[in-house]
Design a protein around this ligand. Structure first.
Ligand code: LLP
Length: 439
């Protein structure tokens, strides 16, 4: 089965006609997520890390359909907020699979999670500051505790996503043994150590990964000898996926081997918690072309998705592949017959940074075309926002015929409706506005 699941799904592997039809049915912009692909990605990672506990980093895509599919495959859920813990507990069978990684946790989050712990005593809280331990103790928490350390080394696709050395994350690894000893003495159930080096780690950063896991191995051995055994060592997520068409996938086996070597004889289970790896290439964002104009130095193509729909290009200069589905469908065998011209594809937001690509060679766009933006399944909808009072888009999931709930012959299902103008203004309390405006 895995042999049939390629390590990478390129944008050109998607069925252009089927995607175009989804826009006809559900409108634009539209996120599409293939749940079967999410499951395949999970199984591939599981076969590279057969003995590890695998948690899914919910922040990459928190859609309940994704959480349910991955829970069903056997993943635990790593959460970055009380809101994510709430979703995770709803999706998973038990709290034992749920880890809450508290980063400068607001009081409201700690209150909520400690409350939930009463009902789910097996959940794990990962803390990255001694303050957080004090605050948990004040709330009567003495459950499962994991310490996030700052290993002093970062990696990842952009400096903004390198967490391993960033001041805000974790307790410096040198202090970890003391902090854990103190927590154990205070009655917490000390179960693990954790660190996350960064996000989007590629094969050419394998040496950084090796150095990182070897520091984790050293730390685990010190903890074992000075405090006692741990249940798990969590080395975070961060496994990169190729966004450029010519880039090779991460060598997962090499990552797994380096990790096993570094932990060596440590008597604790390995835990990994990737997010992007499971969902990135399972998702595309579809968007309509509404404007084509000769700008001063480039052909400017306006689309209805923008930085409010997919923030990554504006925030990290992230590259996402783009395919003109309409042009592809005009030619034979999905090859466009249109002339290729450099173009700048931009959204409707009043910011000059609201562009998906600059001067990229693509088939000449025409008004009414549908474009697909690839690798949009991770940190896509999750980072969408309502800037410019723009409602967030709809999301459709694709399911295999055997799993689909309905028997209408359709494998696509609306998973999250498009927001309305009312969704944007609903929290406002201005008395001069009627409670139910127009969508
Ligand atoms: N564990 C922890 C503690 C994390 O902070 C993260 C990501 C993960 C796991 C999952 O990392 P992944 O496997 O998905 O790389 N918005 C950025 C990515 C930010 C990631 C933050 N932390 C982006 O779009 O590239």
């Amino acid at each position: 089965e895995l042999a049939e699941s390629p390590a990478v799904r390129r944008l050109s592997d998607w069925d252009a006609a089927a995607l175009q039809e989804l826009v006809d049915d559900y409108g634009s912009p539209l996120y599409v997520l293939d749940l079967e692909r999410v499951r395949e990605n999970y199984r591939r990672l599981e076969s590279a890390f057969p003995d590890a506990e695998i948690l899914y980093a919910v922040k990459a895509n928190a859609l309940s359909d994704v959480l349910e599919a991955l829970s069903e495959e056997g993943a635990g859920l790593e959460c970055a907020s009380a809101g994510e813990v709430k979703r995770a507990l709803e999706a998973s069978e038990s709290g034992a699979d749920v880890h809450y990684t508290a980063v400068n946790p607001p009081a409201r989050d700690l209150d909520w999670v400690v409350d939930a712990w009463e009902a789910y005593p097996d959940l794990t809280i990962t803390v990255g500051a001694e303050d957080t331990i004090d605050r948990l103790e004040e709330r009567g928490y003495d459950g499962r505790l994991c310490l996030r350390v700052n290993p002093g080394i970062g990696a990842g696709h952009h400096e903004k996503v390198q967490t391993g050395a960033a001041a805000k994350f974790g307790v410096p690894a040198e202090r970890a043994v003391d902090v854990l000893a103190d927590a154990a003495e205070r009655g917490f159930d000390v179960v693990g150590i954790h660190a996350h080096v960064g996000s989007g780690v590629s094969s050419d950063q394998l040496d950084d990964h090796r150095e990182f896991v070897s520091r984790m191995g050293d730390l685990a051995r010190s903890v074992e000898s000075e405090i006692g055994g741990l249940e798990f060592v969590d080395v975070g997520g961060g496994f990169g996926v190729p966004y450029r068409e010519d880039k090779e996938p991460l060598d997962l086996e090499a990552v797994a081997e380096a990790t096993r070597d570094a932990l060596g004889e440590v008597d604790a289970r390995l835990t990994v918690e990737p997010g992007r790896y499971f969902v990135a290439d399972a998702g595309v964002l579809l968007t309509d072309v509404n404007t084509v104009k000769e700008a001063r130095d480039t052909l400017a193509v306006g689309v209805d998705a923008g930085m409010t729909t997919l923030l990554r290009p504006a925030m990290y200069d992230a590259y996402h592949p783009i395919r003109n589905l309409t042009a592809a469908l005009e030619g034979d065998a999905g090859e466009s017959v249109r002339e290729t011209v450099p173009q700048t594809i931009a959204g409707p937001i009043c910011e000059s940074g609201d562009v998906f690509c600059s001067d990229r060679d693509l088939p000449a766009s025409e008004r009414g075309d549908v474009l697909a933006i690839g690798n949009a399944g991770a940190y896509g909808y999750e980072m969408a926002n309502q800037y410019n009072s723009r409602p967030r888009p709809a999301s459709v999931v694709l399911e295999s015929e055997t799993r689909r709930a309905s028997d209408d012959g359709d494998t696509a299902r609306l998973a999250r409706r498009r927001e309305t103008f009312d969704d944007v203004t609903r929290p406002e309390t201005n008395r001069s506005r009627s409670a139910d405006g127009d969508a």
